[in-house]
Design a binder for this molecule. Sequence first.
Ligand code: SF4
Length: 345
Amino acid sequence: MEKENILEVRNIHKRFTSKNVTVRAVTDVSFEVKEGQTIGIVGESGCGKTTLGRCIVRAYQASEGEVWYRTKAGEEVDFLKIDKKKMKEIRKEIQMIFQDPYSSLDPRMTVLDIIKEPLKANYPDMPKAEMDERAKDMAAKVGLNPSYLMRYPHAFSGGQRQRIGIARALVLNPRIIVCDEAVSALDVSIQAQVINLLRDLQKEMNLTYLFISHDLSVVEHISDRVGVMYLGRMVEYADTDRIFGNPRHPYTEALLSAVPVADPNYKVERIPLEGEIPNPANPPSGCYFHTRCRYCTEKCRCEAPVYREVEPGHFVACHRTDELELKGFNFEEAGTADTARKADK
Ligand code: SF4
């Protein structure tokens, strides 16, 4: 493990098998995360991003692969291989915030009890007064009024419920938070408040986020690095500026072209993504994206591209990128993949 890496995800596979049908939900995904960073994972619904997040926190058992984690004590462990006792100890350091702030909170518990729940489960001997104190401190940190603590979740708006969910995830003082579509169910103005809260808490508590979302605008706003997933595979991974300013994978390019731009004078060429994401139980041959890619060639239909580092820290799996590079195409000067496409004609 590199020194500053807090997490290294290596060759994760997740397959679900039912009635002799195997669905490859995640295939050979690897990436590294530095402490204090936010990694955005994007892709259409069904691309495997949520399954990947769940494999990392061990909510699902990965079929293959490793998740190396550097603990608070400086120990390096493969989180997927440790025994139950060790996992209970380390799980406090890796928490999850869920998509739906309505169904993820128990309607029969008060806000105080919801926030205290992880403390009760992990520190059964902690005095009640100390638990109450820690839960109240955390509620204040996420901006919940103390008078709300004895109320029940139904009394709150979506944004307030998500604050309760965040307080519950942070009360154990974790180091890594997996946010699974954490703001997707909220109105845009509330999304901005919750994103700003997450950023403030990140600075204050030195948190590392894995931010899973289908919303590229949100991911651009919060992430240091971004991974783009398609049909269970990572197809591009780079710094946020690279992904948004100089994407090299045609799928990333198509996703970005669909992001609304506030300036009415800025003309963006929309790249339609035709058809549905293919069935992961019966994925296409060669490049999984070839059925929807406008650059598809015979090679793309037969041969899977290699996921490789095309420049320091920028990984892509695409034959076309490889071929443009062989022709000496200068991606830096081109600026964006859109310009690259024009130069290619
Ligand atoms: Fe498109 Fe071919 Fe690249 Fe796949 S390998 S993304 S089909 S150009």
